[in-house]
Design a protein around this ligand. Structure first.
Ligand SMILES: NC(=O)c1ccc[n+]([C@@H]2O[C@H](COP(=O)([O-])OP(=O)(O)OC[C@H]3O[C@@H](n4cnc5c(N)ncnc54)[C@H](O)[C@@H]3O)[C@@H](O)[C@H]2O)c1
Length: 353
């Protein structure tokens, strides 16, 4: 228990820190952002000025020696998460780690060992779990209102929406839409289904479009720009099997020659179904098909979810609570992501152990 505000440092002064996490921290009354660290001094200073953050670091180890910092938000590129999480855990700092947890399941398992040894609080920034809609769907699943949940369909289809910078360098990102947006839909859908135990994965990833110069298309631009060739996949499909004959199908793309479909997640049960986007429950009453749409008390969408995610992380650190998106879930999601790539490479179904 901390009887004062939690002092947080941001590591990685890029897009997600600036546009999502810091605006959410500014609204969290139990937190104060004490420092920002980026190896690019100009980027760190710009954020410090914009959000009135007192300390700027360019060396993570100097930040970790700062006794005034209780917790860190890791907002750096995917391939750096393992090294930074390890250093933060060893320094006794509580950790919020941006998605994906790592670039491989092996890395995620090593991170789990380090965090366990250190005893710090670790939370995965699986922001979609913190949407009010997701919480309501999971609540209905837990109450048995959908009956036995036996299948889910989820995905996110961008026609031309490949992010720029390190995201398309497989060595830095670990992969394309599977690891970048697939992580959101797989984690969220698995969570809303009640986290059944995965048994195996069959997946195919496609490298058919690569780099393009389409007009009038805006992309998520990473702070670290690069003109590297696109070495990541541009679309993928997968079937995840869970125990008790439960299944999930996943379709994701950064680029495909077809219609856009915003992030979606649909869950099917023996008594009813649920959908995140559009938000609705599907059932039957008195012989009629009935759709139910619960009213939300906060606006739906991304930024309110970031605010809830940050509030929850700070509450866990301050009051010693277990995060809703803890490290075991991070490792399990990483195993499912890794198995999609492995299944595609080996052209067979991969067991999850
Ligand atoms: N939750 C979400 O919806 C969401 C959205 C976007 C990005 N992300 C995740 O957030 C992370 C960052 O993405 P981004 O788009 O903000 O990237 P970015 O490239 O804009 O920012 C990363 C920053 O980290 C800095 N950095 C890298 N290594 C460092 C180190 N060792 N020490 C200090 N600074 C270092 C870089 O200089 C850069 O400024 C990624 O893992 C990404 O997948 C999550």
């Amino acid at each position: 228990m901390l009887d004062r505000k939690v002092r947080v440092a941001i590591i990685g002064a890029g897009t997600v820190a600036r546009d999502n996490q810091l605006p959410a921290y500014m609204k969290c009354r139990d937190a104060e952002v004490a420092a920002v660290c980026d190896m690019d001094h100009a980027r760190a200073s710009a954020l410090a000025e914009q959000f009135d953050i007192p300390k700027v670091y360019t060396d993570m180890h100097a930040l970790l020696a700062d006794g005034e910092v209780d917790a860190v938000s890791i907002c750096t590129g995917n391939s750096t998460h393992e090294g930074i999480v390890t250093a933060c855990a060893r320094a006794g700092k509580h950790i919020l780690c941006e998605k994906p947890m790592a670039v491989s399941a092996e890395q995620a398992r090593r991170m789990q060992d380090e965090v366990k040894k250190s005893g710090v609080t670790f939370m995965m920034a699986f922001v979609n779990r913190y949407r009010q809609e997701s919480r309501i769907i999971r609540e209905f699943v837990d109450l048995g209102k959908l009956g036995d949940v036996y299948h889910a369909r989820c995905g996110w289809i961008r026609r031309r929406g490949t992010p720029r910078g390190w995201f398309t360098d497989v060595k830095k990102s670990g992969g394309g839409p599977v690891i970048d947006i697939g992580v959101h839909v797989i984690d969220l859908t698995w969570y809303m289904m009640g986290k059944p135990r995965p048994i195996s994965v069959s997946g195919v990833v496609h490298h058919r479009i690569g780099s393009y110069q389409t007009k009038y298309v805006n992309s998520w631009v990473a702070g670290e720009q690069s003109d590297l060739p696109v070495t990541t996949e541009d679309s993928a499909t997968a079937l995840i099997r869970f125990e008790n004959q439960v299944s999930m199908s996943v379709d994701v793309s950064w680029a495909i020659n077809g219609r856009e479909k915003d992030m979606f997640s649909e869950i099917y049960g023996s008594k009813g179904g649920a959908s995140l986007n559009p938000f609705a429950f599907y059932g039957e009453e008195n012989g009629y098909l009935v759709d139910t749409i619960p009213q939300l008390c906060v606006p739906g969408g991304w930024q309110p979810a970031f605010e809830e995610e940050i509030r929850h992380f700070v509450d866990c650190v301050k009051n010693g609570k277990e995060p809703v998106s803890g490290i075991e879930d991070g490792v399990m999601v990483q195993k499912m992501l890794g198995a999609i790539y492995e299944s595609s490479a080996q052209q067979r179904e991969i067991a999850i152990v």
